[in-house]
Design a protein around this ligand. Sequence first.
Ligand SMILES: Nc1nc2c(ncn2[C@@H]2O[C@H](COP(=O)(O)OP(=O)(O)O)[C@@H](O)[C@H]2O)c(=O)[nH]1
Ligand SMILES: [Mg+2]
Length: 427
Amino acid sequence: MRIGLVGKPNVGKSTTFSAMTQTPVDIANYPFTTIEPNVGVAWLPIPSVCACSELRQRREEAGRLEPTNENDPREGSICEPNSGSCFGHRRLVPITLVDVAGLVPGAHEGKGRGNQFLSDLARCDALIQVVDVSGSTDLDGNPVGAGGSEPMEEHRFLVDEIEAWIAGILRGGWDRAARRVQAEGEKALLEYVLAQLTGIGATETHINAGLAAVRTQHPDSESASQWGDSELMTISSEIRKELFPFSIAANKADLTSSEAWSELAQAISREGGVLVPTSAEAELALSRASAAGMIERRPGDSRFEITPKGEESLNEQQRNALHSISESLTWEGGGLFGLLSEVVFGTLSRKLAYPVQDESHWVDGDGNILPDAILVPEGATAKGLAYAVHSDLGDGFIRAIDGRTGRVIGADHELNDNDVIKIVAKT
Ligand SMILES: Nc1nc2c(ncn2[C@@H]2O[C@H](COP(=O)(O)OP(=O)(O)O)[C@@H](O)[C@H]2O)c(=O)[nH]1
Ligand SMILES: [Mg+2]
């Protein structure tokens, strides 16, 4: 899962990236946190309770485990995650975040980091646009004083750049393609568009949606051989919606009020995305205080406690500052992590699956409890999960077993959220 942070300069992308990729103190077992300067891992709490809660209950009922003691540092969790952590049955999963800098007007013509910027985007599953809702910077990121720019315009500009870029890819060989369409018919059109756009992740379904949009929006357009710029823009706009669904961090919300982003919020929700007011600067201050051991706070949580170390070193003023900062997290939407959660589990409809080797005890070959929690797309099958774990497991797939019912399930069986699954494969 790879999410791109995009937006014009100076809106708070790098601040957002830092706030979200500060490693919580209790996560030590992850091989990489910052992969490249602008690629990192955000630890996202899953929306449901970890399956270890159910396992604990079963063990307690069987008299094999004492109820949770109030001094338990894990607050009842009994799973042993290979990556991330779980406290109080609140499990964290890693999400790769990319700070995709370099968007300036004319990026699709190669201005700024232009083409590099756009090809970085192509590898992301979804985009979060960081928008400066205080409206204090122009499209190039220069300060213009509060209210000097329009959040809606800032978003349109980004969408237009991306759509112009996709249309540009199509325009490249269009004349030759149009001649082929004349000779060979519409099938050649689909083939051409697919060949041009597979590199950015487009599939036949996306392209058919794009071509259908031309037919409804330009009913008078003749055969594809006569299509021009406006038809190409229609195709690219349709494909953009599918390939790069947008959500918005309405950032610097600490400097303004909700009227500033209400129009943009409506426009985004019409496309199936979400907008959440954020203060990246405030969240970064809390992440840093937490990474320094001054406060104890779980990612995405608005509450925190001052640690003994914090009690020693923070003065009254610093404490008050931290408390007033944490108020931004009680805004509707839950701040940056609330937004990320909405993107992953809402917009992208990801579900969770727990692959295990022993379907009765929910452990791996070494006896580790529920070591993996894997995000799978809506409609993922047992075999799809096998591939998500390892390609060998997918290739050798024989059958799977549902860890709750003990029933055998086949390759094409669709997974439910939070399924515990044993995969049986040839080795
Ligand atoms: N008031 C306020 N300032 C912010 C916020 N987020 C970032 N900034 C400031 O905006 C400026 C640009 O931030 P930066 O992350 O470098 O922007 P980028 O160019 O998009 O990566 C910096 O001075 C940040 O401290 C916020 O939520 N509220
Ligand atoms: Mg930056």
